[in-house]
Design a binder for this molecule. Structure first.
Ligand code: AMP
Length: 175
């Protein structure tokens, strides 16, 4: 079965989570299928135009395949977390949400200047989160080589927010 179909079959739709009107795409059933997890990691790697110097994963579901990918490529994995979670000195970026703002952080020494990094998360919705991650990567002097996601909700046009950073955007499954 094609990878996209296998992933779609394993994603569980949860209506009205975390609030009414949101159809949450739950990827946790994927982790019961080790073969599928391997195919997802390989699928991401096959679609890379060049080998990145590091993978940057976004809290928290971006850590799952992000780390596996980095480990398979034998490159560093870097965490971007919500404000107040990283223990060492950080650089922060504040960004707008539908209501209010949110802040994300990266360790100040996490990336070397001029590294080409791939930003990873489980899902691309409006693109605000991945865009904030791109800003953090740039604040540390590194370059955004591209973005990859397991799922994208194309009707929310998240790609438009990311295109200024890179048009190398891979989504294994699109809705
Ligand atoms: P956005 O910043 O709007 O692109 O939202 C992306 C972030 O929110 C990712 O970290 C996703 O895990 C999470 N997210 C947003 N919408 C959904 C959804 N419908 N199902 C699952 N996760 C979502």
């Amino acid at each position: 079965m094609a990878l996209e179909q296998s992933i779609k079959r394993s994603i569980r739709d949860v209506p009205d989570f975390p609030k009414p009107g949101i159809l949450f795409k739950d990827i946790t059933p994927i982790f019961y299928d080790q073969q599928l997890c391997t195919e997802i990691v390989n699928g991401f790697i096959e679609k890379m135009q060049q080998k990145p110097d590091a993978i940057v994963g976004i809290e928290s579901r971006g850590f799952l395949f992000g780390f596996l990918m980095a480990n398979k490529l034998n490159i560093p994995f870097v965490l971007i977390r919500k404000s107040g979670k990283l223990p060492y000195k950080t650089v922060a970026h504040e960004y707008s949400l539908e209501y209010g703002t949110s802040k994300m952080e990266i360790h100040e020494d996490a990336l070397k200047k001029d590294w080409n990094v791939m930003i990873h998360d489980d899902l691309l919705a409006t693109g605000g989160t991945a865009e904030a991650a791109a800003q953090l990567v740039k604040k540390l002097g590194a370059k955004v080589l591209g973005f990859n996601f397991v799922v994208s909700l194309e009707f929310l046009n998240g790609r438009n927010k990311l295109i200024n950073h890179s048009n190398n955007i891979t989504c294994l499954v699109q809705y």
